[in-house]
Design a protein around this ligand. Structure first.
Ligand SMILES: C=C1C[C@]23C[C@H]1CC[C@H]2[C@]1(C)CCC[C@@](C)(C(=O)O)[C@H]1[C@@H]3C(=O)O
Ligand SMILES: O=C(O)CCC(=O)C(=O)O
Ligand SMILES: [Fe+2]
Length: 371
């Protein structure tokens, strides 16, 4: 991919992908400008400031899995109440080594601050979610998020990918991310046990269903922004996946959840991971559990990092709510679908936002009535 660099003064540069005609924007190289490029402007309706702090329950995983009956009930009831309202909860005593959690943030930041040429070597290819993205400018031309991302999928070796693209010295970094993803997958299965208990269908149902799940590990890097009030780090959206486990750097706030008719901040809690229900799991509960709109805002004075572990069903498994979750009227709110279909919808048809699952369900019913 031939690229030429357009200088935008003050030694900042954006690169032009000469083959595809894309202008690739990199917020790490735009952070010192006095204003942000117009492509990063978002509608005022998306930018209303947060007016509160979300009361998300803290689930003690060890207690919930191995405690006495009353402790288990207390944890599971708290989980159930949160999932029925906003779908966000914190998990502590999750058993993941803090050293690997810190290293995953540190190694990602080292890559994000590397020179343009290095990052272009691991650039996401069209239609693939593997690799580096500069504000998604290789995909979108407006409402660009003020972030850079580095994503790894479960369908390949991160060690090989980074080693072959950046050099053998990056193989240990790739191996570390593979270990990070494996640890998150094991945590996912424990959380699926609790979700099964909380819905009264037993601890094995979702654990078995997600045993062979796909996953996406995505590092988000939000540089300081000269005009944070005009843009978004990650715009308002619900996660199309089944579940998200978010590890956020504990130095800056940024994650906000829209619930109770207002934006509410979910500040970092040292030692806690943020977990949220995604659209796919909401559909698997026939909307009993909620996949909630959330966003990440940026600030003028410091960078922020997060690592999202996105849990996706094995791509061709049929997504269908358990019969016991269908109310007395027997109405199923979603047609059967697969993650492969929903992923393609978000990657090829309709940029994921706060209406994705509704638009997807309509797309499915229109295409089935057209057959
Ligand atoms: C399936 C996915 C698409 C996105 C990454 C995962 C789950 C969350 C989605 C996303 C973060 C929602 C906001 C918009 C998006 C384009 C982004 O800002 O990154 C979405 C991701 C994507 O399409 O890459
Ligand atoms: O970075 C954050 O705090 C949230 C990011 C997010 O919601 C996402 O990547 O889906
Ligand atoms: Fe999200």
């Amino acid at each position: 991919m031939a690229t030429s660099f357009l200088t935008t003064g003050e030694n900042n540069s954006i690169s032009k992908d000469a083959l595809h005609g894309n202008t690739i924007f990199m917020p790490t190289m735009l952070a010192n400008r006095p204003t942000i490029p117009e492509q990063f402007l978002w509608p005022k309706s998306d930018i209303a400031p947060a007016t509160g702090i979300l009361d998300a329950p803290v689930i003690d995983l060890q207690l919930a899995l191995t405690g006495d009956a009353s402790s288990v009930k207390e944890q599971v009831d708290a989980l159930c109440a949160a999932c029925k309202t906003h779908g966000f909860f914190l998990v502590v005593n999750h058993g993941i080594d803090p050293q690997i959690l810190n290293e995953a943030l540190e190694r990602a930041e080292e890559i994000f601050v590397m020179p343009l040429e290095t990052k272009l070597k691991i650039m996401q290819k069209k239609g693939s979610m593997w690799g580096y993205s500069g504000a998604h400018s290789e995909r979108f031309s407006a409402k660009l998020p003020w972030k850079e991302c580095l994503s790894f999928k479960s369908d390949g070796s991160v060690m090989e990918h980074l080693g072959s693209s950046l050099g053998k010295e990056f193989e240990p970094v790739g191996l570390m991310y593979e270990k990070y993803s494996e640890a998150m997958k094991n945590l996912t299965l424990s959380i699926m046990e609790l979700l099964g208990l909380s819905l009264g269908i037993g601890k094995d149902y979702y654990r078995d269903f997600f045993q062979d799940c796909d996953h996406i590990t995505r590092c988000n890097y939000y540089p300081p922004c000269p005009q944070p009030e005009l843009t978004q780090g990650t715009g308002p959206h619900s996660d199309p996946v089944a579940l998200t486990i978010l590890h956020q750097q504990d130095k800056e706030e940024g994650l906000e959840v829209f619930t109770g008719g207002k934006w509410q901040s979910l500040p970092p809690v040292p030692g806690a991971l943020v977990v949220n229900i995604g659209d796919t799991f909401m559909a698997m509960t026939n909307d009993i559990y909620k996949s909630c709109v959330h966003r990440a805002v940026v600030n003028q004075h410091s960078s922020r990092e997060s690592i999202a572990f996105f849990v996706c069903p094995q791509r061709n498994k049929v997504i269908r709510a358990h019969d016991s979750l269908i109310g007395p009227n027997g109405k199923r709110l979603y047609p059967d679908f697969t993650w492969s279909q929903l992923e393609a919808f978000t990657q090829k048809s309709c940029r994921a936002d706060d209406k994705t699952i509704k638009n997807f369900a309509q797309h499915l019913s229109e295409s089935s009535s057209a057959e």
